[in-house]
Design a protein around this ligand. Sequence first.
Ligand code: G
Ligand code: G
Ligand code: MN
Ligand code: NA
Length: 253
Amino acid sequence: LRLVADLRAAIDGGQLTLAYQPVVAAATLVPVGLEALARWTHPTRGAVGPDVFVPLAEESGLVDALGSYVLEEACRQIAAWDAELGVAAPRTVNVNVSALQLDEHLPSLVATTLSRHGVGAERICLEVTESALMRNADQARAVLDQLRELGVTIAVDDFGTGYSSLAQLRRLPVDRLKIDRSFVAELSEGHPEITGAIVALAAGLGLDSVAEGVEDVAQVRALVELGATHLQGFGIARPMTGAAATAWFAERA
Ligand code: G
Ligand code: G
Ligand code: MN
Ligand code: NA
């Protein structure tokens, strides 16, 4: 397939970029970090989204190449922010991890990439989807235990959309639940029930709850009232280039 060859070339040639979307504390709107989102501008097709190229990478054996590229780029950017912003640098960068990356190779990849850039493990939060975790919960737990031992934190992405075993969730070493944006959108239709239940579940388990897809002030108010700990979405800030994120954090420090 042509697109697979192009994706491989883009990874090898450094043509994938990361966009960064801020995450803020809900109570104060103080920025705490960002989520890194992979972006690809294809030479003739234009923008190809990760919803297309991540599954393509998964089907064609490019997951490891893509995953190490993204981690490498995120760590390079953290080191650059530290040099430029000092204490105003973002605390954590969330890196999305494909289900297929969740194996025994991941902890050593993370450890070597962090140390190559002199970045502390506490600066990285790995986002793993609920369905990836539940697919093979025993293997997931073993891998996450090792990652946690390194000092990285773990977020469950798209929480509530997969099919989660609550019994498994309690046993998984995770730090935050990301409330899928479909539930946040329901806040605007007078339906806070699911978001409220996820926030309460997170609080009960001692986890942070990060609302995704926050688009307006009414949603911010509702989420603060429900007790969500963190907010992310176009209404807070859109995904932006690394350079724009430097300016965004410098302005708010
Ligand atoms: O940024 P956007 O809304 O287009 O992202 C679409 C989907 O792609 C989201 O589910 C997001 O988590 C995923 N995604 C974005 N960047 C990466 C990445 O670097 N690796 C993986 N595995 N998924 C990503
Ligand atoms: O699955 P994941 O949470 O990683 O998806 C992140 C994706 O959600 C990003 O590609 C980003 O572009 C998109 N996104 C971020 N904020 C918003 C928002 O407020 N509204 C909508 N519709 N999409 C958003
Ligand atoms: Mn994500
Ligand atoms: Na999500």
